[in-house]
Design a binder for this molecule. Structure first.
Ligand SMILES: Nc1ncnc2c1ncn2[C@@H]1O[C@H](COP(=O)(O)OP(=O)(O)OP(=O)(O)O)[C@@H](O)[C@H]1O
Length: 245
């Protein structure tokens, strides 16, 4: 079954088409990496999925439901979680406290307000600390974490909400090679039980995690395939990979 289908979506910003008749679909449980040059529409693509931007034309269908005119906060409750490029953790709280906030918030709110049970995997702070590899730093204030550790903590906070679809925007920008690999391994582990879309520029990282890759260009899908196919496609090389350092 497809968790997400995007049909003929155009987003028109005052005459400029940031997305142009874009079609995209992905199966439940897939890890999909989206690449493309600056201005290709990657962020706008995520914005239309979360409801931050409404398509001028076309529709976004999540788990069989048309998201048209559903406000952003309600779309989040339907099971779409997003991690932005910059970590948004509470710096004056410890790592464990940050995770605890989300875990407990869900305990209280999910059954009543969201009217859907927390999915099979019971999320506990201890389990999440293990998943994101921060058990040894549980009692450390988040302000003292390295950038990559903050990224992993925030991914943990996202997972604590048990979203069906995780949207992850440039998770390794500015990270060291070692941190980049850690974040990659974390996403690969999460991909065993989640549907995930990752936007990324760092091609080393894309090679580490990518199975199926979608290349955006000028607001449309230019190419889709596995990493080998993407790297050998002349159009992709021309508009994107040829410019790689
Ligand atoms: N609110 C807006 N109003 C007008 N133009 C916009 C708006 N948001 C984005 N754009 C334009 O739409 C195009 C696509 O932007 P978008 O941020 O989606 O690209 P991107 O692929 O994420 O780029 P990058 O890799 O640089 O982050 C860009 O040319 C951008 O300037």
């Amino acid at each position: 079954m497809n968790i997400l289908e995007i049909e003929n979506v155009t987003v028109n910003f005052d005459g400029f088409k940031a997305l142009n008749n874009l079609n995209f679909s992905m199966k439940t449980g897939e890890l999909r990496v989206i690449i493309g040059p600056n201005g290709a529409g990657k962020t706008t693509f995520l914005d239309t999925i979360t409801g931050k931007v409404q398509p001028t034309q076309g529709q976004v269908i999540f788990k069989g439901r048309n998201l048209g005119n559903i406000p952003e906060y309600k779309i989040a409750r339907l099971g779409i979680g997003r991690k932005f490029q910059t970590p948004r953790v509470y710096l004056n709280l410890t790592v464990a406290e940050n995770l605890d906030l989300v875990v407990n918030q869900n305990k209280n709110v999910f059954p009543t307000l969201f009217r859907r049970p927390i999915s099979g995997e019971k999320r506990t702070v201890a389990g999440l600390l293990e998943t994101v590899g921060l058990a040894a730093k549980a009692e450390l204030k988040a302000e003292f974490l390295a950038h990559g550790e903050k990224q992993r903590l925030e991914i943990g906070m996202l997972v604590a909400q048990s979203p069906d679809l995780l949207l992850v925007d440039e998770p390794v920008a500015g990270l060291t090679d070692e941190e980049t690999e850690n974040v990659g391994n974390l996403l690969l582990a999460l991909a065993e039980s989640h549907s995930i879309i990752v936007i990324e520029h760092d091609m080393e990282f894309v090679r580490q995690i990518a199975r199926q890759v979608t290349v955006l260009h000028q607001g449309s899908v230019l190419f889709e395939g596995n990493m080998d196919q993407v790297q050998n496609d002349p159009r992709v090389i021309e508009v994107y990979l040829g410019k790689e350092e």
